[in-house]
Structure formats: C-alpha cells, structure tokens
Design a protein around this ligand. Structure first.
Ligand code: C2E
Ligand code: MG
Ligand code: MG
Length: 768
C-alpha cells in the first residue's frame, strides 16, 4: 500500500471522529442539562454536519474513484449542506422550543430529496425500462403506505396543540425518510453496485433517524422529543461520516473479488407496505363504516392479501427453481470434468488444473502413463473386460495419489489407455520416485473377470521448467512416454530436451521418406542364408536401403521406426514385397533350379493390421508367377501379440502356404506361449545370442541358443542363426544342431546381381 492510499484511509477517520464525539457530547449534555437553556445541546448538530459535508466532499473530489461514485458523494455533500442549514435553523429556533415550522423543515426536506435523487442516479442493477418501472412501483407503494400510516397512526397520537405546520412538515420528513430508506436499501443489495454496499447500509441510518424524529415531533412527550431534536443532526452526520469512512477504506484496501450472495430482503419491503396498509384499512373501516361498506372493504383487502400471498409463493417457487438450476449446473460441470468410466478427472480438468498450477508458479510434474499392449488385451478379452482393467488401473492410481506425500496429486484418464498424474513437485528425485512407485503398483496382477492379468505401463516423466506452458509440459511427458515404449516398454523415462530434437528429426525424416518412395530412392539388398552344414545357398533375406540424396545411405534401423510411426511403412512394405518377389521371379528365370527356393521379406505389424494384406500378398505372388511356398514372411514377436486381427491375418497366410518366421527370437517376453498360439514355421535366433557364443563366457545366452535349437527340432520348425561373424561361432552353432545361418562371416547383404552370382556358382565351401 502506498503512503497516499494510507493517508486517504486515515483522512476519512477525522470527520467520523468529529461526528462520533458530537453524538457522545450531546448524550452527555442530555444527561446533565438542567432544563433552562437548550442552545448548547443544539450546537452538536451543525458541528457534526460540517464534518459530514467535509467527509463526503473529500471523496466526491477524489480523482481515484469512478465518475458515478464521485457524483454520488458530491450529491451527498450537497445534501449534507442542506441538512446543515436545516440544523442551523433549528439552532436559531431552539430558544422558543416551538414545533417544526415548514420553513425550518424545508432545508431538511430538500436534503432528503437530494439524497433520493443521488440514489436514483446510481446505476442500480436492472437498467431496463421494466427495471425502472418496477423500482418506481415499489417506491410508490412504500410512499403510499408511509403516508397512510402517518395519517392514521402517527397523527392519532399527536399531542394536543400540535399545529398544522408541524404536522405537514413532520409528515413530509417522515414519508421522505421512508422513501430514502427504501431506495438506500435497494442500492445496498444491488450486486456489483458502484458504491460500497456496507457504506450504503451505514448511510441508511440517516433516513431511519429522519423517520424517527418525524414521529417523535408529533407523538412524543417533551423529554424524548427534545432528545431526538438535539440528537438528529449528530446522528445523521454520524451515518454520513461512517459511510464516507467506509468508502475511503474500501478505496485504500480494495476487497478481493468474491461472488457475494446478496439477500434480497429488500424485495419484501413493498410487500410489508401492502400488508401494513391492509391492516390499517381494516382497522379504520371497523371504526368508521357501516356493515355493508365494511364487508366490501374487507373483501377487497382479502383479495389484496391473497394476491400478495400468491406473489410470495411465486417468489419462493422462483427461489426453488433457481436452486434446482444451480444444482443441475454444478452437476453438469462436474460431469463435464470427469471421465465416466473411471470417475477420474478427464483431459479437460487435468489441463485446467495444470494451467492453474503453472499460473500460480507452483511446482509441477506430469507423469504420462500408457498401458503396454492394451489393444491386444482389449482384442483378446473383449471391451467389457478391457474396461474393467482400465477401471482397476484408475483405482490403483487413485490409491497411489491418496498416499502420496503432498496429497495434492491429481490422477486423470486422458482417453483410451492413456492416464496421467499431476504431481506437486519439481524435484527430479521425487518425480522419478513417484514414477517408480506407480510402475510397481501397476505391476501387481489384475483380477479381471476369471483371469489374472499382468499389465505393464510405460511412463513419461516431465518436470515443468520456468515459463513452460501446459501444452509444452504435456508434450514433453508424451515424448518421454514414447521413449519409454521404444526402449522396450514397462519402464519410465524422464524427458530430456534432446528428445524433442529427436522427435523433430524423426518428423523431418518422415516427410523425406514420403518423397523417397515416390522418387525411387529405395532399393533392396539380399543377405544370403546358408545351409551351414553343406555350405549351399539356401535362401535370402530382402533388406531395404534408402539412398538419401544428401545423407547418403540411411540404414533401416533409422528409418523403419519412423515409417512405422507415421504409417508410411504400409506403402513402403508393399513396395518391398513386390520388389523382392519380382527379383525372385527374375532369378528363377536366370538360374533355374540353382535359384533360391524362397525369399524372406520383413513385414511390420502395421502392414498386418491392414485388412487387405492377405489379398495383396496373393495378388503379388500370382503377378510374378510365384507360389506361396516361395515366400517367407518375417515378423517380430510383438506383432504376434498385437491382437485378434493380426493373428487371423497370420493364420490366413499360413493356410495359404506362406511360411512365417519369428524374427529376433529370444528377445521378447513370451516366446514359448506364442509358439502354441501362432502357426510359426521358422525361428530366427537373435544375433545377441550368437555374439560371444564361441568363447562360452555368457552361459545364459549359450543356454538360450542351445534351447532354441532343441525347441525347433522338437516342434519340427527350422531354426536360423542370425549375425554369424566368425568361424568359431559358426562351428559352435553347427554343434548345437543349427542347420541354417546368415551373417557377415558368410555374406553381407548383397546387391541383387551379386546375390544372383552366388546362385550360379558352386556351393560355398564351408570351413570345418
Ligand atoms: P532383421 O530382420 O533382424 O535383419 C537382420 C539385420 O542384421 C540386418 O540389418 C542385417 O544387415 C544385419 N546382419 C546380418 N548379419 C549380420 C552380422 O553378421 N553382423 C551384424 N552386425 N549385422 C548383421 P539391417 O539390414 O540394418 O536391418 C535391420 C532391421 O531393419 C531388420 O532386422 C529388420 O527388422 C528391419 N528391416 C530391414 N528391411 C526391412 C523391410 O524391408 N521391412 C521391414 N518391415 N523391416 C525391415
Ligand atoms: Mg529379418
Ligand atoms: Mg533379426
């Protein structure tokens, strides 16, 4: 807070203190005065009102407030001037203690009119013609009721000798006071009124005092009448200065914007006026009318009462409707923010919470969680059980979040099998610990239907940096999650900026690859597969290469994953299949029986998911005059685990007579169970088991290599050892029972003509 605003806040206090001390002073005077001169008692009024003029004028001249508010307080200071004049007149008349003359009341009446006018100019709630008409009708109702009450009740208590002037002046002040009270009340309950609501409530003290003095002057006895006469000025001034002080205070300390619910008791004031008038009419009619007239009046009043009661019921009904609407709205908002299957927060709520925490500069980490191979689970077990699994995953995330150290973690389901947790942490160790614990929580088997299922998750961890947007944090977590998937799934990976660069590179490579297919930059090499016992050429594996115009030769290890992710693998794979078949047909023509019997083609899971894949293969074979037995399709274990459709495709290919080879065998997780479920013909022992096989150092790998050979023999499959690089490896493999092998030791992937030359030549002498 600046020194200026502080000064302004205390400046409002001085007039309030002056008015307050005048009230106290006058009360003390009333208690001690002896009944002779009353002049001293009347002095408090003008002094206090000067303070009120000053207090209101101070705000009215401040450039810190908006125009309507300034105009309002200026009008109030004018009204205070008029009341000050009225109070001076009372002071001069105090000597003879006469009643209230019209002349003496005139400035007061004008003062009240001024306040009412100032109020009427404030922008109050509903500015439509209908809104104004409603306010006007309410005010007329209050004025009529006030006049009637004054006429029939107050005047009936008038002390003898009250002259007509006093009666009219007091009546005018009283009714205007009521009107002012009603309009101040209305302004005070108007939501978002420009003038502070508490200031207006404090201001309503003034009309109350006005109405009270009007009654007292007519119906009061001498003592209270005097007390009221001397106290009116100071009390009215106290109300003005208190309101002014409050307004100053609000300017210096603006309150936080809260949605206050204003109670609309004000709406009941016109009703109260109607009911009071009705009671009055009945009382008067019972005194002054004959039976028939009275019956008519009572009937009319009853109708009015019924209409009012009906109105009240309508009000109640509206309130109930409003409350119902509010509950419905709250429920709709809740539903729009919740995932219906799991009850967790949905993507919208998660994004909003993330943005909120970032905006508040709070520590934020996002864990992006994707269930590994969920598609396969969903396909094999059906969507109902898939849903059950998702529900249980959500349950575990919820449990994990409720026991987290901050207790502020927000788990959410973003869609499909993708979940996320928002952590209140920016400490890498805390974030990684949370990821590891979630992984552990999800690693426990799930009971879904009758089955016990193991479902792993890949988790991407992104700690928000300074200035990161919600989108950036989510994208980083996503990138890290994909890195976890690519790294072999069932793992968590923390985002690092270089990953973003990799994604950009992949995207660029993807668009270049698209052109590569069109511009014929792809070609095939053929790696011969040998019978390692006889040394004869047995077959060949087609391996794609990309001759990039700038980068040179790009290896499939770099561009196949990009092609798989972008879907380009489908046209690329089609091209490879056609080209390999075309080449085999050419070799057959050129080398007759010397040509290899079958060509191996690698096929990605994305291709197997294409509904027309089987037909495409059949069409290509027939186009080049080949038989199904001339083709071996190499697939990885993870494709077999992909789902029902892929399994059906593989079955159809097998039934056609095409052989299926499990590539990179031994590196997957569920090799043995797959062999039962899937019609495999060839096992290709992964190169990693061949490496180091010769020196016998790695007994584990050695055992796998030997076991695969035995398994193949037992199941009557052929086994091919991949990546043979030395004679020692070759010998060892042969000893283990391998019959077929490929590797740089025998031949690297070769251009078609070099591979063809091998078919024409004599068998390669295999070293023994
Ligand atoms: P893969 O199907 O397991 O192919 C064997 C890979 O091992 C080839 O690498 C081959 O050059 C390499 N290799 C063979 N013998 C040796 C050896 O003695 N030592 C070493 N160090 N490496 C050896 P390449 O051609 O780079 O292909 C890598 C992978 O890319 C392939 O693994 C296959 O998964 C994929 N790929 C290649 N061509 C295609 C294709 O046309 N379609 C699809 N979908 N994938 C392909
Ligand atoms: Mg292969
Ligand atoms: Mg392989």
């Amino acid at each position: 807070m600046t020194a200026n605003t502080e000064r302004r806040a205390t400046a409002g206090l001085v007039p309030l203190l002056v008015a307050g001390s005048m009230v106290v002073g006058v009360c003390v005077w009333l208690a001690v005065h002896t009944g002779t001169s009353v002049l001293a008692g009347y002095i408090g009024g003008p002094v206090a009102l000067v303070a009120a003029v000053y207090g209101c004028w101070k705000i009215g001249s401040s450039i810190m407030v908006t125009r309507p508010v300034r105009a309002f307080w200026r009008a109030l200071s004018h009204a205070a001037v008029l009341l000050l004049i009225g109070s001076c007149v009372s002071l001069s008349l105090s000597q003879n203690n006469a009643g209230l003359s019209l002349v003496a009341a005139a400035p007061n009446v004008l003062g009240i009119v001024w306040v009412v006018a100032a109020m009427a100019r404030l922008p109050l709630g509903d500015p439509t013609v209908l809104g104004w008409a409603r306010t006007l009708l309410d005010l007329v109702t209050v004025a009529v009721a006030g006049t009637l009450i004054y006429w029939y009740v107050v005047l009936s208590y008038a002390t003898a000798g009250t002259d007509l002037d006093t009666r009219i002046a007091a009546g005018t002040v009283g009714v205007l006071g009521l009107l002012a009270l009603a309009i101040v009340g209305k302004a005070a309950v108007t939501p978002h009124a420009p003038v502070d609501s508490l200031a207006l409530r404090l201001l309503s003290g003034a009309p109350i005092v006005g109405a009270a003095i009007a009654v007292m002057l007519i119906a009061g006895s001498a003592g209270p009448r005097l007390a009221m006469s001397v106290l009116t000025g100071p009390l009215v001034a106290l109300s003005f200065t208190a309101a002014a002080w409050r307004q100053q205070h609000v300017l210096a300390h603006p309150p936080a914007e809260t949605a206050k619910r204003h109670r609309t008791m004000w709406g009941l004031i016109p009703m109260l006026a109607v009911v009071t008038t009705a009671a009055l009419v009945i009382t008067v009619s019972s005194r002054e009318m004959n039976d028939r007239e009275r019956a008519v009046i009572i009937g009319a009043v009853l109708i009015v009462v019924c209409v009012v009661a009906r109105q009240l019921l309508g009000l109640r009904e509206n309130k109930q409707l409003l409350a119902g609407l509010r509950t419905q709205q709250a429920e709709l908002e809740r539903l729009a923010m919740t995932d219906p299957l799991t009850g967790l927060a949905n993507r919208t709520r998660f994004g909003a919470a993330l943005e909120e925490r970032l905006a508040a500069h709070r520590a934020v980490t996002v864990l992006m969680i994707d269930i590994d191979d969920f598609k396969m689970i969903n396909d094999t077990m059906g969507p109902a059980l898939g849903d059950q699994l998702l529900y249980q995953v959500a349950q575990r995330l919820r449990n994990h979040s409720s026991v987290s150290s901050s207790g502020n973690d927000l788990p959410a389901r973003l869609g499909g099998d993708e979940f996320a947790v928002l952590l209140d942490a920016d400490d890498v160790a805390v974030a990684e610990d949370a990821a590891a614990r979630i992984q552990l929580a999800l690693a426990e088997p799930f009971r879904v239907g009758e089955e016990r299922l193991l479902a792993h998750a890949s988790i991407g961890v992104a700690v928000a940096g300074a200035g990161d947007s919600a989108d950036e944090v989510l994208r980083n977590a996503d990138i890290a999650m994909y890195a976890a998937k690519e790294g072999g799934k069932a793992a968590w990976v923390r985002f690092e900026p270089r990953m973003r660069q990799e994604v950009v590179n992949h995207a660029r490579l993807g668009s270049e690859l698209h052109n590569a297919i069109i511009r014929n930059e792809l070609f095939l090499l053929y790696q011969p597969v040998f019978d390692i016992v006889t040394g004869r050429l047995h077959g060949a594996e087609a391996l794609v290469r990309w001759k990039h115009p700038v980068r040179g030769l790009v290896s499939p290890g770099d561009f196949i994953p990009v092609a798989e992710r972008s879907g380009l693998i489908v046209p690329l794979g089609s091209w490879v299949l056609r080209e390999a078949c075309r080449q085999l047909a050419e070799w057959k023509i050129a080398h007759g029986t010397g040509a290899i019997k079958a060509i191996n083609v690698n096929v990605a899971v994305r291709q197997l998911r294409e509904p027309g894949f089987v037909d495409e293969v059949a069409a290509v074979l027939s186009e080049y005059g080949l038989l199904p037995g001339n083709l071996v399709i190499e697939i990885t274990e993870s494709s077999v685990a992909d789902g029902r459709q892929v399994r059906e495709t593989l079955q159809a290919l097998h039934e056609m007579g095409i052989r299926l080879a499990l590539d990179d065998f031994g590196t997957g997780q569920s090799s043995l169970s797959l062999l039962r479920a899937f019609p495999v013909d060839v096992l290709k022992l992964d190169k990693s088991f061949v490496d180091g096989i010769a020196d016998g150092e790695d007994r584990g790998r050695l055992a796998v290599a030997a076991a695969v050979a035995q398994l193949a023999e037992y199941l009557q499959l052929s086994a091919v050892a991949e990546g043979i690089e030395s004679e020692a490896q070759l010998e060892r493999l042969r000893d283990m029972g391998y019959r077929l092998g490929q590797g740089f030791y025998m031949a690297k992937p070769l251009p078609a003509d070099e591979a063809g030359a091998l078919m024409a030549a004599d068998p390669v002498p295999v070293k023994n």
